[in-house]
Design a protein around this ligand. Structure first.
Ligand SMILES: C=C(OP(=O)(O)O)C(=O)O
Ligand SMILES: [Mg+2]
Length: 577
């Protein structure tokens, strides 16, 4: 039956396709004794053999659609399925304890997982615990007659439906077949949403109930522009979505004409519109959309997509590829921002009550200096290949900034002593995403070459509203005067101290925020590549003389975010007339 859901528009575009539910089935079972051991063993062996065939199929399609590296994990799964130590132990359990296969599997898998996880001095073996968990899940699903989702083996057009998508789930999606996605939870700045924008996939997040409202294979229509999702749409609704999609593509074609144009206002003032990227693979989108710089390279994805810490050389190659790909235009690379909602399977960090207020980003780097130093060396070596800016995330105090800079200077000296080639005009900057840093921006500005405002976090910390929690999304207000005052103070402090100020949070590419930021004199706007041409077109329409008063009004006269949204909407009516 047709049903419309309202979510958060997370990535532009329209898609209509059958749903692919990326939802894990309930794998609970009841332990039982068996009288006919032989037929139980036969049932168990059948589950192993269908699981093996399935993993081989997934591996082959992952190799084709995603590449050798992404397919590696399935080789590890096959090794476990073929390992007599593992499969034999389950058989013995069935024979000796006369228990059903489910119980024998669960018991044995737990034993292996405990052993592997206990090998704290051998990270490689520790990671095998995750593989055993995955493989056991698959065998269990077959024993219980349930189906596990396999995103890497999708081979027809679908809209992926999930409770939430982790960055690694998102990385497994093949753009050729995945036409969009819809989730129960998450906000516009959740990492799954950010990935969707870099993949240029229409996405709606935070619908609350999509996984319950749609069946596998049922048609879903996704409007990533306004957050609407229709389950089982009528023919006329499908026609309407197709029309909307055509209109969107037409608008995109108009914007595309600006690809090689500079970013200038109606009165000829020049600013920089840059792109945010997560991996070197995003460079295609950066160049296709005419970015004038890379304003944020989130290096944590390099760590998240690896099975172990990326080596200095692996990092160097990735950074160099991006720097060279920009042909002399600036690239700002941010040191890793692990922690918060970003985890590494191979780095067992203590659980925290409040991960977003815990050991995250620069805090983690400063507590694990060797890992930090490796990254800095890779960055310094890559700096020789173009125009690099190194940026520290989550700086909250002058002390943290000074410590990070001192470590960087030490590595720079050591490399110089070895005669390693490095850039002579490297810039060192920091993100302003902790309210304390925004308040002290006048002091911090004296010690860096640039600021980049991270509104995704600055808003969540200022408003005390989790950026991914739908229940407090009403408080997540980019245009709230409190947030705007912090932004304005930061920009003014930067300019008073002769440094430039950019923004790499999602607000930089938000059409409502943009006129206010332009009025504040923000120098650089870094956003998902797919937003660049829309913002360039908007910039072209605005005259800085006409919006001189907007910043002050938005910060000091308005009392609410809604008033500011109205101010911009009134302004745009005049501009578009
Ligand atoms: C750009 C930002 O960083 P991230 O989204 O990676 O936390 C931000 O906080 O605005
Ligand atoms: Mg941040």
């Amino acid at each position: 039956m047709t049903k419309t859901l309202k979510g958060i528009a997370a990535s532009d575009g329209i898609a209509v396709a059958p749903a692919y539910l990326l939802v894990e089935p309930d794998l609970s079972f009841t332990k039982a004794t068996v009288s006919d051991v032989d037929s139980e063993l036969a049932r168990y062996k059948e589950a192993i053999s269908v699981s093996t065939a399935e993993v081989e199929k997934i591996r082959d399609s992952a190799k084709k659609s995603l590449g050798e590296d992404e397919a590696q994990v399935f080789e590890a799964h096959l090794m476990i399925l073929n390992d007599p130590e593992f499969t034999g132990a389950i058989e013995n359990e069935i024979k000796e304890q006369k228990v059903n296969s489910e119980a024998a599997l669960d018991e044995t898998a737990q034993k292996f997982i405990t052993i592997f996880e206990g090998m704290t001095d051998n990270e490689y073996m520790q990671q095998r615990a995750a593989d055993v968990r995955d493989v056991s899940k698959r065998i269990m699903a077959h024993l219980l007659g349930k189906e596990l989702p396999n995103p890497a083996s999708i081979d027809h057009e679908v809209v992926v439906v999930a409770h939430d998508l982790t960055p690694s789930d998102t990385a497994q999606l093949n753009k050729k077949y995945v036409k969009g996605f819809v989730t129960d939870i998450g906000g516009r700045t959740a990492h799954s949403a950010i990935m969707a924008r870099s993949l240029e996939l229409p996405a709606v997040v935070g619908t609350d109930s999509i996984t319950k409202d749609v069946q596998n294979g049922e048609t879903v229509a996704v409007n990533g522009l306004n957050g609407d999702v229709i389950v089982d749409p009528t023919d006329s609704q499908i026609a309407d979505y197709k029309q909307k999609s055509a209109d969107f593509l037409k608008q995109k074609a108009e914007w595309e004409k600006l690809k090689n144009e500079p970013s200038v206002t109606a009165d000829g003032k020049k600013f920089t519109i840059a792109a945010n990227i997560g991996t070197p693979n995003d460079m295609q989108g950066v160049n296709d959309n005419g970015a004038e710089a890379v304003g944020l390279y989130r290096t944590e994805f390099l760590y998240m997509d690896s099975k172990d810490f990326p080596t200095e050389d692996e990092q160097f190659e990735a950074y160099k590829e991006v720097i060279e790909g920009m042909h002399g235009k600036q690239v700002i690379i941010r040191t890793m921002d692990i922690g918060g909602d970003k985890h590494l399977d191979y780095w067992d960090l203590p659980d925290e009550m409040n991960p977003f207020l815990g050991v995250r980003a620069i805090r983690l780097s400063l507590q694990n200096e060797e890992i930090f130093r490796t990254q800095l060396r890779a960055l310094l070596r890559a700096s020789a290949y173009g125009k690099l800016g190194i940026m520290f995330p989550m700086i909250g105090t002058l002390g943290e900034l000074r410590k990070a800079k001192a470590i960087l200077a030490e590595e720079q000296e050591k490399l110089a002593a070895k005669g390693v080639k490095m850039s002579s005009d490297l810039e060192v900057g920091m993100m302003i995403e902790v309210p304390a840093a925004a308040v002290l921006a006048d002091q911090l500005a004296k010690e860096v070459d640039f600021f980049s405002i991270g509104t995704n976090d600055l808003i969540q910390y200022t408003m005390a509203a989790d950026r991914g929690n739908d229940n407090v999304s009403y408080l997540y207000q980019p245009a709230n005067p409190s947030v705007l005052r912090l932004i304005k103070h930061t920009i003014d402090a930067a300019h008073e101290n002769g440094i430039w100020c950019g923004m790499c949070g999602e607000a930089a590419g938000d059409s409502t925020m943009f006129p206010i930021l332009l009025s504040m004199g923000l120098d650089e706007y870094s956003m998902s590549a797919t937003s660049i041409l829309r913002i360039r077109s908007l910039m072209k329409k605005l005259n800085t003389n006409d919006i001189k008063e907007l910043a002050n009004k938005a910060c000091y006269v308005s009392e609410t975010a809604e008033e500011n949204e109205q101010l911009v909407s009134d302004l745009m009516k005049k501009v578009d007339r």
